[in-house]
Design a protein around this ligand. Structure first.
Ligand SMILES: *Cc1c(COP(=O)(O)O)cnc(C)c1O
Length: 475
């Protein structure tokens, strides 16, 4: 029996799943990532209808295309409105003009001041809804370079159906980021400091998903950007912003501060759905693996460099696998091949056909720490606008790599509030941005977290001890 709207794995050997199962699964059982079997296409009129819609209703319009009807429209509408009511701005993701043809899309008005809230607030509600319907529980395990963890803990705290364990690289996240994970008091959320890098944390999570016995025992679920529902929720703001600037009758370009390639892949999805995006710029910090790949066709890991934009301090961009699948005309043998070579020799060549797609679909630039600081100061001086270091990467990369002609508005995705990185901001501008009033007690609340070595067995043991799903698995 074929499902009405199926998802397939990029590695070709996991079973096809429907939206609800993809939502709960995270990583596919063959190690791949799920993508929809077909990309929904919107007509020009359907795209035009996004202009001026309340953000929650725009989200329902986009996500409704990917659920195959498995989530009732009225439930989806209620969840979207609840999710976006947690934001501190009535427009949810407002556009701010900072130059003649340059706009900043502020994605940081959610509870943890980074764009991750946009997807996570909805994802938590969708997951609880499906688990309630099925009378099931899950254990969510995630890795964070700083922002995903806080967003997940904030979105899931108090959930009756999900326990959450977040691994973060010890000492490599900002105090504000850490406190967003360690101060919530609900018993179902757990922050774990790992003695390692973000890539180590991500590798631990992947290993837990690939241990099928463990995975089934604790009913493992994922909320990293490998989770398809995260990507879909991020597609919404591309439609909202582009139509506010004249799409579909006018092209719009986007520059996206990139780490795990989830946010920019959402832009690629919007384009596949018919949104006329003139250019998508991959903005990297000094960790330049993706700009190097666009330039040379070789994806080659190096050591992670610490920067003032820690959420982009990444060498393995997991969602890039989804793009490789698309650019190879959905050749799962190709994806298995390059991913095998990556885990064996930390590099692969994308090949001539994929390299050509890559250069056509994206421009890319890496931004040095010095450029980041100069950009923050320059935009502040010219437009009285204060941007955080991640956003500054997006701004500088757009200036360097833009290849869209005149008259094409350029949107810089602003992925974090400057107050989330007060030390870097103070060093750059001499001023310490203050947290919004609703976060007043964050820096003084008591913290609670576990410290563990970069060791799979130790982490698995901890997860099992906290997973309520495993104790009732046999009931
Ligand atoms: C997660 C994050 C990014 C990178 O987004 P990806 O989807 O992983 O590419 C950029 N900036 C901030 C502030 C983030 O939290």
């Amino acid at each position: 029996m074929s499902k009405p709207f199926a998802y397939i794995s990029t590695r070709g050997t996991a079973p096809n799943l429907g939206f609800e199962d993809v939502l709960l699964a995270g990583l596919a059982r063959d190690g791949g990532l799920y993508v929809p079997e077909v990309w929904p296409r919107l007509t020009e009129d359907e795209i035009a209808a996004f202009a001026g819609l309340p953000f929650a209703d725009a989200a329902v319009s986009v996500i409704g295309r990917f659920t195959g009807g498995s989530i009732a429209r009225k439930d989806l509408t209620r969840m979207a409105h609840e999710a976006y009511a947690t934001f501190g701005h009535a427009a949810v993701t407002p556009l701010v003009q900072v130059g003649p043809d340059t706009f900043v899309l502020e994605l940081f008005h959610g509870p943890t001041l980074a764009f991750k809230d946009v997807a996570m607030q909805l994802l938590a509600r969708l997951m609880d809804h499906v688990l309630e319907k099925r009378n099931e529980r899950v254990t969510i395990v995630g890795a964070t370079s700083g922002d995903t963890g806080g967003a997940a803990i904030e979105a899931f705290r108090g959930s009756k159906r999900a326990d959450v364990v977040i691994l973060f690289p010890d000492g490599r996240v900002s105090d504000v980021q850490r406190r967003m994970m360690t101060t919530p008091t609900e018993a179902n959320v757990h922050a774990v400091a790992i003695d390692g890098t973000f890539d180590d944390c991500q590798a631990l999570v992947k290993a837990m998903f690939n241990d099928h016995g463990f995975r089934d025992r604790v009913h493992l679920a994922g909320v990293n950007s490998i989770n398809w529902a995260r990507i879909v929720a991020q597609v919404t703001y591309y439609f909202a912003a582009a139509t506010a600037l004249g799409a579909p009758y006018r092209k719009v370009a986007f520059s996206v501060p990139t780490g795990n390639f989830g946010d920019i892949f959402a832009g690629y999805v919007a384009r596949r759905m018919g949104l006329p995006i003139a250019d998508l710029t991959i903005a990297s910090n000094a960790n330049d693996i993706l700009p190097r790949t666009v330039a040379t066709g070789v994806y080659e890991m190096r050591e992670v460099v610490e920067t003032t934009s820690p959420s982009m301090d990444i060498q393995i961009s997991s969602n890039f696998e989804r793009y490789l699948f698309e650019a190879s005309s959905r050749d799962d043998a190709y994806v298995r091949g390059v991913m095998g070579s990556l885990s064996q020799s930390r590099r692969f060549e994308v090949g001539p056909a994929v390299a050509e797609h890559l250069r056509r679909d994206f421009s890319a630039a890496a931004v040095s720490e010095q450029r980041v600081a100069e950009t923050i100061r320059m935009v502040k001086a010219q437009s009285a606008y204060l941007m955080d270091p991640h956003t500054a990467c997006g701004y500088a990369a757009a200036a360097e790599a833009r290849r869209d002609g005149h008259g094409v508005p350029r949107v810089i995705l602003s992925t974090a509030h400057p107050a989330k990185f007060p030390d870097a901001m103070e060093e750059t501008t001499g001023e310490r941005p203050s947290l919004p009033a609703r976060l007043a007690s964050l820096m003084t609340d008591a913290e609670r977290f576990e410290r563990l070595p970069n060791d799979l067995a130790a982490v698995q043991k901890f997860v099992e001890s906290r997973a309520r799903a495993s104790s009732e698995a046999s009931a």
